[in-house]
Design a protein around this ligand. Structure first.
Ligand code: C2O
Ligand code: CU
Length: 487
């Protein structure tokens, strides 16, 4: 049987050497990990056996002010050392010292203003992924701010609830910056979501999943397009941790913050999960599933009811996709059922209603590819071209809806597709109606080799120029990105 694991794993093995090199496109920070490795002495820091450390919950940022109808935050982007592997202090790039990034909680209709101070040595741009924001506040790839300076972003939050996230987007550096820690969650809620009796408080748990590669000194190693090397799985910043739960329902807000890793998640007993939401917020209807897929940047809102397990049960959240062996990348985290608890929460049969997609007046076809011919510096391409900041690739009439048919033209490399500004609908996948996990609002959609999706988007808010790109960030850093302009 051909499983996705063998497809992806074989894929990587086949192109191997060529994919690892980034040549001239290689970002600049690699010297840092080399230095750290040299300076840290001979003791090798091992990745611990699975489930030996506890999974922390993510810190929630506090506004410095809630006056004037807005929440104001000050965030400092800085390098700090944090314990990821037990016994090692790993240098990471952070928003305000948090690894993984913190959670900012926002509410539809209430303005959020974030002043970011850049205290690292490279320019940065902070992008609100999935956000409906004006071009000046989008954190676009060339709209960076320099070391030692600050930049204020204003988010009007005039969009429905959604589990957004924010991350670095400085072109050619986004990949390494995000890998080294510059990502955080932005959980936007609204009255519709807040009125539902879903698990809340300590029973609503954001979890950021990603992979990483460590050197002997326990420092992060960044090599561009390092599909083989990043085989340590982190859940909320710790390697394959355990998490103690009560025997009741939990709502997990999953984010794949990996640069390139696709997860296909399941419970070790094959138990059911209830997916209630995706990138753009709640689905119209929950559905029951034994597996949840997440390509880089995708989110899944998943309820697990641990009341079916006796106290003392340990259930592993497994990943069934490579690259990497099941031993390396198969164990994401373990849920330890340690107590009983009352559970007033409920999952309604209808979570929200979404408007039917408006009639589309324009059709476009987009092809994603990267060089797979073994050349030393493979390019990432959108419609055969490397990103050019000054080239407008698609011009869109304001107020219209369009259908974009997007194809992964590669034979080997998986990709995905993300558009800034809009939440779109997935009308079709490979000619068939999209499955239930893709039935809601989406901003990122997976594309295994040869796959085609048909997307519907409406451009009736801001005018201006935004990017669309593959969200395997090593690929977008290699050029797999293009511009659309709404006028
Ligand atoms: Cu997560 Cu250009 O975006
Ligand atoms: Cu890609």
């Amino acid at each position: 049987m051909v499983t996705r694991r063998s497809v992806l794993g074989g894929a990587v093995a086949a192109t191997g050497a060529s994919l690892i090199t980034g040549g001239a496109l290689m970002p600049l920070l690699n010297a840092r990990s080399a230095q750290a490795a040299d300076g840290a002495g001979p003791r090798a820091v091992p990745v611990p056996p699975p489930f030996s450390v506890r999974m922390p919950t993510l810190p929630v940022l506090s506004p410095i002010s809630t006056l004037g109808g807005q929440d104001t935050y000050y965030v400092t982007i800085k390098e700090v050392a944090r314990e990821i592997l037990p016994g090692a202090q790993t240098k990471v790039l952070t928003y305000d010292g948090h690894f993984p990034g913190p959670v900012l909680r926002a509410r539809t209709g209430r303005r959020v203003v974030v002043r970011h101070r850049n205290n690292i040595t490279m320019p940065v741009a902070v992008h609100l992924h999935g956000g409906n924001v004006s071009p000046e506040n989008d954190g676009a790839p060339m709209d960076t701010f320099a070391p030692g300076t600050a930049r204020t972003y204003t988010y009007l939050n005039q969009q429905p609830h959604a589990p957004l996230w924010f991350h670095d987007h400085a072109h050619h550096m986004e990949s390494e910056h995000v890998y080294r820690g510059l990502s955080g969650s932005y959980l936007l809620t609204d009255d519709i979501e807040a009125a539902l009796p879903l698990p809340a408080g300590q029973y609503e748990v954001p979890i950021a999943l990603r992979d990483a590669r460590f050197d002997e000194a326990g420092q992060l190693v960044y090599v561009m397009d390092d599909v083989f090397g990043r085989t340590t799985i982190l859940a909320n910043g710790r390697p394959s941790p355990y998490f103690q739960v009560a025997a009741r329902k939990y709502r997990f807000r999953l984010l794949n913050s990996s640069n390139m890793r696709f997860f296909q998640l399941r419970l070790s007993d094959g138990g059911q999960m209830i997916q209630i939401g995706s990138d753009g917020g709640l689905l119209e209807r929950p559905f029951t599933t034994d597996t949840v897929g997440l390509s880089p940047a995708e989110r899944a809102d998943v309820v697990i009811d641990f009341s079916r397990y006796p106290v003392g049960t340990k259930i592993v959240l497994e990943n069934t996709l490579g690259p990497g062996t099941p031993d390396q990348v198969g164990k994401v985290l373990r849920f330890d059922v340690v107590r009983t608890a009352s559970d007033p929460s409920r999952i309604p049969n209808v979570l929200r209603t979404l408007p039917a997609p408006a009639a589309a007046t324009v059709q476009r076809h987009i092809g994603l590819s990267m060089d797979e011919d073994g050349r030393p510096e493979p390019r990432g391409l959108m419609d055969g071209r490397v990103w050019d900041a000054d080239r407008i690739d698609q011009t869109i009439a304001h107020g219209t809806s369009e259908i974009w048919t997007v194809t992964n033209e590669n034979k080997i490399a998986p990709h995905n597709f993300h558009m800034h500004l809009v939440q779109f609908r997935v009308l079709e996948r490979n000619g068939a109606p999209a499955g239930p996990a893709e039935a809601g609002l989406k901003d990122t959609v997976r594309l295994f080799p040869g796959e085609t999706v048909k997307l519907h988007a409406t451009f009736n808010t801001y005018r201006g120029t935004y990017v669309y790109h593959c969200h395997l960030l090593d690929h977008s850093a290699m050029g797999m990105m293009a511009n659309f302009r709404i006028r």
